[in-house]
Design a protein around this ligand. Structure first.
Ligand code: AMP
Length: 411
């Protein structure tokens, strides 16, 4: 089965082609092809590579998002890096959909009704859901009537207990859809499955805290394989301090700025999403690599940014442990979680009282998914590489295989 995955971000678009022969492999295979577009105004960098590692790079002026995606997909069947000889070889296309609201818990085959629901949810995540719909429509136009699957970043959190999901504003907010949805669910769920494999224990028996620390950062408290609390909320702005996003702060600051400085919603949105977090505090960068390097060079604002990031992360982990009533394993994933030994050591330092013992010899730059705690540690500490595209491909495989076996049974 050849599965194409489209993963849209607000200023990037990633894509991968997986080829699955026979049964589903236990570990993520290397994609047969990967494409990436990064926008900078109306310019776009299009990169693509196949399993031989060949790389094609182009900096193009593109008319629209779908036009750029079309050019990226062209490299899959037409470029130097092509991985299929004809688009008709693709069996199914999976899409990461950021917001599925309360309606979608599981991956689902895209129908006109599902498309309308994704469009309805765009009021909550306008940049993401609209870009994702464009991707779905582009595939319909270019590849015709093949099955498309939506995998929702909110889905894993759709069973949060009400006490965790409802905001303590007016009760009427709930009917308006103002509640905690949570995001990064595809990766939090994937990490729970990998933790089960790495620990050799039933997921059902585990209390896990997963730390997705990348450009966006969120935690999930996972019990019996389900998300029972998470730090992102109504939007991906809630919770932890991030690269350029503030995370949670006193809402009184916003009403103060509106009252005293006539700040508009658009201005505040921009401030909190793009000029805050590590970047806002350090004045240097939203990238943890540069923060750590500047801190080591003695920059006091980089040091403050790092210490704040750790402080908010530790508070969040503490809250997740309380929601679970304990913690068997702490999982680090995504760009910062996988690659920053400094951050992992600092985050773990205040949890020694729980019997968490990090193995400093293993807490080095990431290579493979592994346990980096000492043998006597009561709490295991795991590094797990984020594999969102593979998690989406797996869901596509399961859904399409079930549908074809149902068809075979019926005939
Ligand atoms: P992601 O969103 O998962 O792709 O993560 C991207 C972020 O990971 C970057 O903005 C960096 O802050 C961070 N990152 C990547 N590599 C490293 C590294 N070696 N050390 C610290 N942070 C890193």
């Amino acid at each position: 089965m050849k599965i194409l995955v489209l993963n849209s971000g607000s200023s990037s678009q990633k894509s991968a082609l997986y080829e699955i022969l026979g049964t589903l492999p236990e570990h993520p295979p290397t994609p047969a092809w990967q494409g990436k577009i990064e926008w900078d105004g109306d310019q776009a960098d299009i990169q693509a590579q196949n399993s031989q590692g060949a790389q094609l790079e182009a900096r193009l002026k593109v008319a629209s998002r779908s036009n750029a995606i079309e050019q990226m997909l062209d490299t899959l069947w037409n470029g130097k890096v092509r991985a299929v000889s004809d688009p008709s070889e693709i069996d199914v296309v999976g899409h990461r959909i950021v917001h599925g609201g309360k309606e979608f818990e599981e991956a689902t085959v895209i129908t006109p009704q599902v498309k309308s629901a994704i469009a309805r949810m765009a009021v909550f995540a306008p940049l993401h859901n609209r870009a994702e719909l464009e991707g779905i429509e582009l595939i319909e136009k270019r590849l015709g009537n093949l099955p498309q699957v939506a995998v929702f970043d909110t889905g894993f959190h759709s069973h949060l207990p009400e006490a965790a999901a409802v905001y303590p504003g007016p009760f009427e907010w709930l009917a308006q859809g103002i509640r905690r949805y949570g995001f990064h669910g595809i990766n939090h769920q994937y990490c729970a499955g990998r933790a089960e494999q790495l620990l050799g224990r039933e997921l059902n028996s585990l209390k896990l805290v997963t730390c997705h620390l990348g450009n966006g950062c969120s935690l999930a408290a996972i019990r019996h394989g389900r998300s029972t609390d998470t730090t992102m909320g109504f939007t991906p702005l809630d919770g932890l301090m991030m690269g350029t996003r503030s995370g949670s702060l006193d809402p009184g600051i916003l009403t103060y700025l509106m009252r005293e400085e006539n700040s508009t919603g658009k201005h505040l949105d921009d401030l909190l999403n793009t000029k805050s977090g590590l970047l806002g505090i350090s004045g240097i960068s939203g990238d943890m690599r540069q923060i750590v390097a500047s801190m080591k060079n003695g920059n006091p604002r980089a040091k403050l940014a790092f210490e704040m990031f750790v402080h908010h992360l530790q508070s969040g982990i503490g809250a997740m442990i309380a929601a679970l009533g304990g913690m068997d394993a702490l999982v680090f994933t995504a760009g910062i979680g996988e690659n920053s030994p400094e951050l992992r050591a600092a985050a773990c330092a205040n949890f020694r009282f729980l019997g968490l013992k990090l193995d400093s010899a293993k807490n080095v730059p990431y290579s493979v998914d592994q346990d980096i705690s000492l043998p006597g540690s009561v709490v295991r500490v795991l590094i797990i590489r984020a594999q969102e595209d593979w998690a989406i491909a797996r869901d596509c495989w399961r859904l399409v295989s079930v549908k074809s076996s149902e068809r075979a049974d019926a005939s």
